[in-house]
Write a protein that binds this ligand. Sequence first.
Ligand code: NI
Length: 155
Amino acid sequence: MALRNIVKEGDEILTKNCRPVEKFDDKLASLIDDMYETMLASNGVGIAAPQVGVLRRVFVVDIGEGMIEFVNPEIIKTSGRQETGEGCLSCPGEYGITIRPKFVTIKAQDRTGKEFTLEASDFLAKAVCHENDHLNGILFKAHVIRMLDKDEMEE
Ligand code: NI
């Protein structure tokens, strides 16, 4: 495994639509492992492939319950509403209040191509929505209703 550089806001890569993964090979496995290591090293809870410069539909999430990898994900159902704080490894030091669904059903594949469906709620639902947006070139700021200043961030 190896750390990769995190692409920051302002780079065109973060505005692109990512392509589906077609090959479930060693290169994909290395990408996923590197993304996870890079995410942990930055104390993140999720990271998407374009954030390490790879325009493929892959992201990983770990909200403290272990890594979940999503390849070619598709959000198939959302419901409810949550209004909470949110940030992004590509926008260091910036946080805002976003509105996201409270419940999300997502279908995806793992690194071997095996399909699964996950029902997520609350924090995991928010993380899944945030990372899935990256695959469509969308940053969390698109969902922010109010940016937080330094004092509020510390709370
Ligand atoms: Ni992000």
